[in-house]
Design a protein around this ligand. Structure first.
Ligand SMILES: Cc1cc2nc3c(=O)[nH]c(=O)nc-3n(C[C@H](O)[C@H](O)[C@H](O)COP(=O)(O)OP(=O)(O)OC[C@H]3O[C@@H](n4cnc5c(N)ncnc54)[C@H](O)[C@@H]3O)c2cc1C
Ligand code: SF4
Ligand code: SF4
Length: 463
């Protein structure tokens, strides 16, 4: 018989490829592999003979009876001083700042790498699990277990590339010790679900560092941008968050290295933004995600996409802290001048992710409404289906979904490597891009009013 996670999740194209099901399967019959869209999925290496259902219970896209609210309530609901907002989940404190030492090589202010290193040096954990480049063109990044700050630093930066956790979670199950783990919201939800069923994971994973997340990308996203940057050979390595001193933080560059050691760069506003914002090469599972701020994480790190900070080429981080232990650690290090951070009003943190919140809350409600009409199978979400969206937003949501589907179909047609594919994909998207331009034009007055209101709100928050 088939494993329940295959029939309930993978066959409905709802898998994000976290790998927790494969790590937990007591029969060891699930292995993580690339699917035809360049995303990770579990596949069966032999038939499931027990149907124990453990795979489903750890899956962030199966109906385990739990959601981010119920999980986080159990973890943080009783922390003294904790508060809650519908957009962020629980929060104890929020900060803005950076680590001077780490920000040059990090995605934003370097706070994630600083925190992971500090957890090791302060003896809070023995091992750190984070994502690092591999040097293997078939698998440019992977989760790895590190024991020294120098190794943790090799993982600095964001990997907009599929990575899966089955190997590192198996390592946690085999090797005793205290572990800290970084992860996107859905990956950390999977870890929390797995911890409820597995004592070793509960005892050994003692700190979770989440990343705010708008979407993941398939490996074809990297191939597409490399093609756009003029890379003609195989991509041997990529850095997604290069910083240029004459550019604001929000115009970072992707830097590709090829097998012959050549480097090519492409800036965000040279075509990356178009593919990112229009959700080209985004897995279908991300369409069913309602967690922006990694609500199950002890600390969540993100970019300070606010007018006062995004102009700084060095990059600045925002942090949401949920655990008392992490709060003390950050406050202590701040007092000793190890990091430059200050408190920031949580409503400014929410505003920094306004567009992601729209996609994961109001657009999601509308997508669920459409799925209901089409009688599609979709996971149970905290957000209810609703058609309550303006005509312009409906149009935008539908156009972006159409482009997302088209980009994945393009991958099916063109296979793994999209050599010379950039121009043909853009050609296929032409009419959708024109529609988006028209929507943008028509919504200009609304955006202008909203921008004005935001400026007023920011001024009030700073007082
Ligand atoms: C797919 C993706 C989507 C994101 N979307 C948003 C967004 O919409 N808004 C926003 O503000 N921020 C987003 N981020 C987070 C942002 O890019 C930065 O990672 C975050 O600001 C932390 O920056 P830093 O300088 O503190 O971290 P750094 O010091 O650069 O450290 C980052 C840490 O995260 C680990 N890491 C990198 N990629 C991954 C990954 N794929 N899975 C697990 N761990 C990883 C690294 O190994 C490293 O330890 C996203 C990140 C990813 C990977
Ligand atoms: S989302 Fe994770 S747990 Fe669920 S099927 Fe995919 S790999 Fe397995
Ligand atoms: S958008 Fe949601 S489902 Fe997609 S990678 Fe991010 S956290 Fe996971």
């Amino acid at each position: 018989m088939k494993s329940p996670v295959i029939t309930s999740v993978v066959e409905h194209d709802l898998c994000i490829g976290c790998g927790l099901c494969a790590a937990l399967c007591p029969q060891g019959i699930l292995a993580m592999q690339w699917n035809c869209y360049g995303e990770y999925n579990p596949v069966e290496t032999s038939p499931c003979t027990t149907e124990c259902g453990l795979c489903l219970k750890a899956c962030p896209f199966a109906d385990s009876g739990e959601n981010e609210d119920t999980i986080a309530k159990r973890l943080y609901g009783a922390v003294p001083g904790i508060r809650h907002r519908s957009e962020t989940g629980y929060y104890l404190a929020s900060y803005v700042g950076y680590s001077e030492r780490h920000r040059p090589t990090s995605a934003s202010g370097g706070m994630a790498t600083w925190l992971l290193e500090t957890l090791l040096t302060e003896g809070v954990v023995d091992h750190v699990i984070c994502v690092s480049p591999t040097g293997d063109p078939e698998r440019l990044f992977s989760f790895q277990v590190f024991d020294t700050p120098e190794d943790v630093r090799t993982g600095a930066g964001s990997a907009y590339y599929p990575v899966e956790m089955s190997e590192v979670i198996r390592q946690v199950l085999e090797v005793p010790g205290r572990y800290a783990v970084t992860g996107l919201p859905c990956f950390l939800k999977a870890i929390r679900l797995a911890q409820q069923r597995n004592k070793k994971l509960r005892e050994r994973i003692v700190v979770t560092v989440g990343l705010t997340c708008g979407q993941l990308k398939s490996r074809q996203f990297t191939e597409y941008i490399a093609d756009l940057a003029g890379v003609r050979g195989e991509v041997a390595g990529v850095r997604y968050r290069g910083k240029s001193q004459d550019q604001p933080a929000n115009n970072f560059y992707f830097s590709f290295t090829t097998a012959d050691g050549k480097e090519r760069r492409l800036f965000w506003n040279e075509g990356i933004a178009e593919a990112w914002r229009n959700r080209w090469f985004t897995p279908e599972a991300c369409n069913y995600c309602d967690d922006v701020f990694a609500e199950c994480a002890d600390v969540t790190c993100m970019d300070a996409w606010l007018p006062d900070f995004s102009g700084d080429p060095g990059g600045t981080s925002l942090l949401i802290v949920r655990s008392g232990e992490m709060l003390n650690l950050i406050e202590e290090c701040c007092a000793f001048g190890k990091i430059s951070v200050a408190s920031i009003n949580i409503s400014r943190v929410v505003r920094s992710q306004r567009s992601v919140i729209t996609i994961k809350k109001s657009h999601l409600a509308y997508r669920l409404y459409q799925d209901e009409l089409l009688r599609k199978v979709f996971p149970k979400k905290r957000i209810r289906s609703s058609s309550n969206l303006s005509e312009l937003e409906r149009w935008k949501c539908k156009t972006i979904c159409a482009m997302q589907r088209q980009s994945r179909e393009f991958t099916l047609k063109n296979g793994c490597y999209l050599k010379d594919g950039a121009s043909s994909l853009k050609g296929e998207m032409y009419w959708d891009l024109m529609q988006l331009r028209l929507i943008r034009f028509l919504s200009f007055p609304f955006r202008a009013v909203r921008y004005g209101l935001e400026l007023v709100a920011q001024t009030l928050d700073r007082r």
